[in-house]
Design a protein around this ligand. Structure first.
Ligand SMILES: O=P(O)(O)O[C@H]1[C@H](OP(=O)(O)O)[C@@H](OP(=O)(O)O)[C@H](O)[C@@H](O)[C@H]1OP(=O)(O)O
Length: 456
């Protein structure tokens, strides 16, 4: 609802809106971060948070306007649905450009409130919370504004008198939170490689999308040859955003039946699978820098705790995108299906693990909670890690529990934590070879100079 309170019922298609799903439709009514460990003290909250609810991106609005114009041109057909859509007021504008919506501010405030209530030791003593909490954001306005909203919520919660340094402090770091823009090998082999998304393109030309277009054409009284997949996507985004931003089940949703929206959800999952997840190995590997940053901060807290020192950062809160979160979960091995998502196996993938909307709705969050347990018998048991996804326990893959010994988790992810194994992950081989030969030439010239050799 517009107050951002947890919604009771949601419209029939709400579970198919993919990464444009509202947080509460995934996290359930009133998620409450669940602590796992009584008798242990939370030392650090180490989080990766997707920005809150946003407007459509600049890329989506023109197609929305095109499909609305096409329908208005046929409004005289008098068909009930066509008339309702023609009379609907187009209020979306390119200038919205994916900016954070006021509901996204509510998403961030709610998350800040629930986390500070569930982990009071992390956010107190209140006197210096804004020094002990580290905030890092992607440079995108929706992430910066999500960071601001989260900090302002903490100011209201922790400094009711408004005594904290207004606005808090945060840093922008795109090499961490938009690593895909800085990983040369990813850019070359996926982002700029048309063939990398060929399964998506095949799906759009396949029987499932053909059936969606035929049904849409029948309902709108438009020849299927006049309906492009961009228009189908735009119509589905209109249905989605009218619900997500205005809590309205608009006539745009009547264009589709359940079978249609299941296929449209699969289309979105195919895109994320091949662009951000298991489709290409580099998708997960490209997030290694961020994964190592998470564990460097956890290591620092353990070392400071062992030395009896003050924990420098009791919380590290990073604000990124769905395309920041999905690769990290891929690198960790989560939501991997037995068979890849392909253009021609929609039917067998109906119960797939990889449903991007249930993993990364707006305001999605992956949180590593580090605990110190005094009663532990040995060091291996003294520090424990709990994993939360969207405030619900996410079992570790190596033991099936949502809590594990810190050292045990590190050794399970040793392959992803050893810096050396990731050197040049993102550098292109060509670049590497070029640098190698430059160095060789330099060494050879030094050798020649040292031995007074004159190159003939
Ligand atoms: O299809 P759109 O333009 O909405 O795709 C967006 C991404 O939105 P998503 O598909 O993840 O819902 C957007 O991710 P977000 O987490 O920032 O919302 C991404 O930043 C934007 O570039 C578009 O992704 P694409 O891969 O360029 O389609």
């Amino acid at each position: 609802s517009s107050s951002g309170q947890w919604r009771e019922a949601s419209p029939p298609w709400a579970q198919y809106y993919g990464t444009k799903m509202r947080y509460e439709d995934v996290a359930g009514s009133g998620p409450g971060s669940s602590r796992a460990l009584g008798g242990c003290q939370a030392l650090q909250l180490n989080a990766l948070i997707r920005h809150g609810t946003r407007y459509p991106t600049r890329k989506n609005v023109p197609a929305m306007k095109r499909v609305h114009r096409l329908i208005r041109e046929r409004a005289d057909r008098g068909l009930g649905l066509v008339r309702a859509l023609a009379d609907w007021h187009m209020w979306y504008d390119e200038r919205m450009d994916g900016h954070l919506h006021p509901l996204g501010v509510t998403d961030m405030s709610g998350l800040a409130e629930r986390l500070s209530r569930c982990f009071p030791e992390i956010f107190s003593p209140r006197r210096d919370w804004n020094r002990r909490l580290k905030f890092v954001s992607s440079s995108k306005h929706r992430c910066v504004n999500s960071t601001r909203a989260f900090i302002q919520a903490l100011e209201r919660l922790l400094e009711p008198g408004g005594r904290a340094q207004p606005g808090g402090r945060w840093e922008v770091d795109d090499t961490l939170l938009r690593f895909f823009d800085h990983c040369h090998r990813y850019i070359q082999s996926v982002d700029r490689n048309q063939t990398a998304m060929r399964q998506v393109q095949r799906f759009l030309q396949g029987p499932e999308m053909g059936a969606v277009i035929a049904n849409m054409a029948r309902k709108l009284g438009i020849g299927p040859e006049n309906i492009t997949t961009d228009m189908v996507q735009a119509t589905f985004y209109l249905c989605t955003f009218e619900y997500v931003l205005k809590d309205v089940v608009s006539p745009w949703c009547d264009v589709f039946d359940k079978e249609d929206v299941e296929k449209l959800e699969y289309w979105g999952d195919l895109k994320h699978y091949w662009k951000r997840s298991y489709g290409h190995k580099i998708n997960g590997l490209s997030s290694y820098n961020l994964f190592q940053d998470i564990f460097q901060h956890l290591d620092q807290a353990v070392e400071e705790s062992e030395r009896g020192e003050y924990i420098s950062h009791t919380a590290v809160l990073r604000f990124g995108h769905a395309e920041t979160l999905l690769p990290i979960l891929t690198l960790m091995g989560y939501f991997k299906d037995k068979n890849p998502l392909l253009a021609d196996n929609f039917a067998e993938q109906k119960n797939r693990k990889f449903r991007s909307g249930r993993i990364s709705p707006f305001a999605a969050n992956l949180i590593f909670v580090l605990y110190r347990c005094e009663k532990a018998q040995d060091l291996a048991e003294k520090y424990k890690l709990q994993l939360l996804l969207n405030e619900k326990p996410l079992p570790f893959l190596h033991n099936g529990d949502s809590v594990a010994g810190y050292g045990e988790v590190k050794s399970h992810y040793e392959h992803a934590l050893e810096v050396r194994s990731f050197d040049n992950v993102c550098e292109d081989n060509i670049l590497f070879i070029f640098i190698f030969f430059l160095l060789l030439l330099l060494l050879f010239s030094i050798y020649c100079k040292e031995t007074n050799l004159v190159l003939q």
